[in-house]
Every structure is written in structure tokens, then in C-alpha cells.
Ligand binder design. Structure first.
Ligand code: ASP
Length: 342
């Protein structure tokens, strides 16, 4: 018997496995077995592929914490028996899910590759086949019998990224994702080129720990010129709110108006963690560079540095779920746990 890598394909839903309902014209999920029938090329890959599907595949706009736990549990159950995992997922919330999984799977030493597509697998001009086939190839990559990628990745349109660095930037281009603050982990052309210097280094001796407690008492507020005092006040008054991501301008800047300062001060006194994340797609927060962020720095607002909003909100959910103490929370958040910040 050939000793080929064993890959588990987890189908959660998304366009990749959708068909058109010709009556209404809308796309809806279809039976996963049909997905594999559409790609006979999969039989040519040098790996063993097992498949498992959500009972009711979803459009990823319906993604939630319970589904994340379901994906994490599937990986946990099959972790010893399989060498790599490919998660088929709608692109809309893929960066959130893949970021969440990067925290939930502590000490991961095997590849978990998220992928999807902009066009359904059955479409003539589909991007689904390339994304799926190359993702499986990446998950099956081994050197001296060990997986090459040992982290959660996101593969789309010829590039493998660190998942928790990605953002969906385009609703119609095949190049739907970008990782503006971290270079790709691999690129697919005539050859599959892995940039080893960009990969996460993990200690293989440590056992996988799966965290399933993600706290939902979190919120995101995007600043805009004209944001009213009442809006901020109401958000911070949400019962049980434990943390808020403030999406600020540029390098982490915010109005210096008195009402904003006093609202934020009151919230931090109540124990609500406020995280400063830039609303720019690239670059990061540099608190203190401008006068308009000096006040946030003085208030001990958490510095999100160059983290994406997707990686920040899921990191909050993970850290709060893990019960990190009030005292340590700021310094733990400001530390890169899975390569999500520089
Ligand atoms: N709405 C779809 C989803 O996220 C889009 C996609 O699959 O890319 O599930």
C-alpha cells in the first residue's frame, strides 16, 4: 500500500458547492457528493482524500460560533488520522472563520487550508477547481514525512496566505482576498513555490489543544466624521459588553473631543477592553504619532498594531473565552499569538 498523505476535506458550504435555482435565479447550496463528482481530477492527486460535510451546508453569511466549534471539533477528531485539512467555506466570512480557527487550534502542527470560490464549481469559467485542487496539494505537501505548512492558511487565486492576516477585498474579482501586512506563504504558478521564511515556526512536541469557548460579548464600532455621542454611549452601555474594537482613522487616530474621551474612560473603568484597530486595509496603529491618538495611549487603550479587524474580533472572543485576567488582558492582546500581528 502506498504511504500517501491523508487529507480531510471539510465542506461547510459557500459558492464553491452551489447551484443555480433556475426558477428564482439565486444560488443555493447543494449535495456535497455532487461536488466531488464534478472534479474527477481529484483522483489524480498523490493523496488520500476523505470528505465530511455539514449536514446542511450554509452560505457563510450565516456563519456563527457554533459552526466554528463544529469545524474545530472535526479537526480534533481526525487530527491523528489525517495529515492535513482543507476547509471549503464561503468567501464572505472566510477571513473571520479562518482567523477564529487559528486561535482555537493551539499548537497546530498540520496544515488547515481554507478555500472557496467566486463562481460555483459547475460554472464554465469557475475558479473553484484551481482553488480546491491546489489547496489539497498544499495540505498534502510534506518534507521528510512531515507537513510543510503548520498553520491555518487561506488559499485563493494562486496565493496561500496566513489566514489571520487576510481580508476579503473584492466581491467579484477572482482575486478576492489580500494580506496587506504580511507576505504570501506560497504561490502557485508553473511550480508551487513555498516561501519558507514566511511560515510560522511551531514546536512539534506540543500537543494540539482545541479551545471551544468563544465569548460573544464583543462589538465593533467604526468611527466616521459625524459619529454621535449617543451612538458611542449606547454601544458601551450594552449589557455584558466585555470588549469593543474601535475602528479608528489612519495610524489609529480618533477625535479628541471631550465626550469621546470621557465615554471611553468610563468604559475602561467599568472593565470594558477597548482595542484600537485602524480602518485602513494596510499599515497599522501607531499610538502617539499624532496628537489625535495621544489621548488613547494615555487611557491605556489596547494597541491593535497591524492586526486586521477580522483577526482582532476573533482574538477578543478567544481571549475572553479563555478567561484571561483583567490585569494581563492588554499585554496578552498586544502579543502575537499565531502570527496575526507584527
Ligand atoms: N455568499 C457566499 C458565501 O460566503 C459567497 C462565497 O461563497 O464566496 O457563502
Amino acid at each position: 500500500m502506498k504511504n500517501e498523505p491523508k487529507i480531510l476535506l471539510i465542506y461547510t458550504g459557500g459558492t464553491i458547492g452551489m447551484v443555480k435555482d433556475y426558477k428564482s435565479g439565486s444560488l443555493k447550496a447543494f449535495n456535497f457528493n455532487k461536488l466531488l463528482k464534478n472534479i474527477p481530477e481529484l483522483n489524480q492527486l498523490n493523496c488520500d482524500i476523505d470528505t465530511v460535510s455539514f449536514i446542511d451546508p450554509i452560505d457563510s453569511s450565516n456563519m456563527n460560533v457554533a459552526y466554528w466549534v463544529e469545524i474545530a471539533s472535526l479537526i480534533e477528531v481526525h487530527y491523528e488520522s489525517h495529515d492535513g485539512f482543507v476547509v471549503l467555506h464561503g468567501s464572505d466570512t472566510m477571513s473571520y472563520s479562518a482567523s477564529a480557527l487559528s486561535y482555537m487550534l493551539e499548537n497546530l502542527s498540520k496544515p488547515v487550508i481554507f478555500t472557496g470560490s467566486q463562481l460555483p464549481i459547475g460554472d464554465l469559467r469557475t475558479d473553484a477547481k484551481e482553488n480546491l485542487i491546489t489547496s489539497i496539494q498544499i495540505a498534502a505537501l510534506q518534507e521528510k514525512g512531515r507537513p510543510v505548512i503548520r498553520e491555518v492558511g487561506l488559499y485563493f487565486e494562486y496565493k496561500l496566505y496566513r489566514a489571520n492576516r487576510t481580508t476579503k477585498i473584492n466581491a467579484e474579482h477572482f482575486e478576492a482576498f489580500q494580506s496587506l501586512n504580511y507576505p504570501p506563504l506560497a504561490e502557485s504558478g508553473v511550480h508551487l513555490k513555498v516561501y519558507k521564511e514566511n511560515l510560522l515556526t511551531v514546536r512539534r512536541s506540543k500537543k494540539l489543544v482545541v479551545h471551544k469557548n468563544m465569548c460573544k460579548d464583543v462589538a465593533i464600532l467604526k468611527l466616521f466624521p459625524g459619529l454621535g455621542e449617543q451612538v458611542l454611549e449606547q454601544v458601551l452601555a450594552i449589557p455584558d459588553l466585555k470588549a469593543l474594537i474601535l475602528e479608528t482613522y489612519g495610524a489609529g487616530n480618533a477625535p479628541t473631543e471631550e465626550w469621546l474621551v470621557s465615554q471611553l474612560k468610563k468604559a475602561t473603568k467599568k472593565g470594558i477592553h477597548i482595542v484600537n484597530v485602524t480602518q485602513c486595509s494596510g499599515g497599522g496603529v501607531l499610538m502617539g504619532q499624532y496628537e489625535t491618538s495621544e489621548h488613547l495611549k494615555k487611557m491605556q487603550i489596547i494597541n491593535g498594531k497591524d492586526i486586521t479587524t477580522e483577526a482582532a474580533i476573533t482574538k477578543l472572543m478567544y481571549l475572553l473565552g479563555a478567561g484571561i485576567s483583567q490585569k494581563l488582558f492588554k499585554s496578552v492582546f498586544e502579543t502575537s499569538l499565531r502570527g496575526e500581528m507584527s
